[in-house]
Design a protein around this ligand. Sequence first.
Ligand code: FAD
Ligand code: SF4
Ligand code: SF4
Length: 485
Amino acid sequence: MPDRMLQFVRLGQQNPDKRSAMVRRSDFGEIYAEFAPPQAAAQASRCSQCGVPFCQVHCPLSNNIPDWLKLTAEGRLEEAYEVSSATNNFPEICGRICPQDRLCEGNCVIEKSFDSVTIGAVERFITDTAFEQGWVKPIKPVRELPQSVGIVGAGPGGLAAAEELRRRGYQVHVYDRHDRVGGLLIYGIPNFKLEKEIVLRRHALMVESGIVFHLNTEIGRDLSFADLRARHAAVLVATGVYKAREIGGPGAGLAGIVPALDYLVAANRTGLGDAVLEFSNGTLDARGKHVVVVGGGDTAMDCVRTAVRQGAASVKCLYRRDKANMPGSLREVKNAEEEGVEFVWLAAPEAFIGGTTGPDGVERVRSIRAARMHLGLPDASGRQSVEPIEGGHFTVPADLVIKALGFDPEDIPAAFEAPDLTVTRWGTLKTGSTTFMTSLPGVFAAGDIVRGASLVVWAIRDGRDAAQQIHGYLKQTTAVAVAAE
Ligand code: FAD
Ligand code: SF4
Ligand code: SF4
């Protein structure tokens, strides 16, 4: 091991510069700068090159982190890129938006006494540099295969599978109901976490690789699932989960109470230059409004921070548990706090109160009556229950309420008119644990539609594994067909 490594003893952790909260509140640009090359090399050199690298064990992609850190420390960036991209289709995306504190960095062994190696920032640096230097090339399969695979959903799961299948020479067709590629990467996750240019340059590369995209094509509406299956030797369903969980209670149907994803899609589309009626008419624009976001996950954090940037009069996040029990990344909570979001912990909405009607005569939400909660005994899952405190009510002004309570799967068997497509009791598609095949032969599934709402890095992992299984299936079916001739 060269002397260059193990520098954590003398060199402190340094993250890429973060723009000040005052500045970043007023635009949608990413908040972290890129490492300069000497900074990346120095930070990579803090790695102690563990014999059993727990960072790698806790990375869903089993990225070979110690190796690419060492290569970065030695300035061998092209090789670092080769190693990094061997296990991850989109390292520059994971480097930006993985919750590293819960995955690789949270398990870095030097974390206990020293601060962890800044794995995510180095990963991002390597691939951003590779793009700048022209090292990222379109896929050129060694040989073309005649079979085609149809992939439903151009999110990270579908795209990772598309790349892996194309690499093996298959004719890959990706269908998406949206007009742009990326799934939640393009329309869910805001620009300040992941600039859209990063997603668009991946799309361009995939087109150059010969992957065919059929956009504005909803399977089950514009093309039937049966026709899709007839077109392709195998099909992968990677449609994500989009059914928003609802809020109950009196007044829950008032105008001005909107689902988180409608709000974020409108903001992202507007940022991409699209004319969005609901944004221009104010329905999904937070400007000048008292905004209350209900929920405590990553989606809620994205909503509060978007509202700040749109110029809301005030932004509150109502969450029924406390900070320690929030499901979202603590890094994002900290960013939101810095940007001026007020967190109201241990609070749950009870009723939505409507007020003055506008010229259109529609009654809109004006405030929320909320109950103070306290944490009770742990339930069977070990998670503490939440109960309202008697008499602990309060009111918060709200003229835009954003519901960010999570997502469930849509009814895929009904939408696809495929009643034999088996689902779990949560409505996710049932697949063989290692085969990724659904109850229908030749139909595979991956990503959130199998796991439930999860992470980009897990969707990539599933997409890669599903591609491997599809390859095995197609090899087998071809061999059977040849033998039968
Ligand atoms: P998706 O990304 O949802 O893509 C599915 C695609 O399928 C979509 O493009 C959709 O249009 C298409 N589709 C659906 N039905 C059809 C149909 N019938 N016909 C054609 N196309 C169809 N994860 C992180 O790791 N870090 C984060 O910071 C993070 N932030 C998030 C913020 C928000 C607001 C949300 C909602 C999620 C966030 N996630 C984050 C989770 C992450 O985005 C998802 O886990 C991941 O995108 C799932 O990938 P997927 O490919 O399974 O599905
Ligand atoms: Fe860490 Fe995510 Fe990169 Fe894995 S993919 S090394 S978990 S940032
Ligand atoms: Fe390096 Fe930390 Fe991984 Fe060990 S756990 S190999 S120190 S990054």
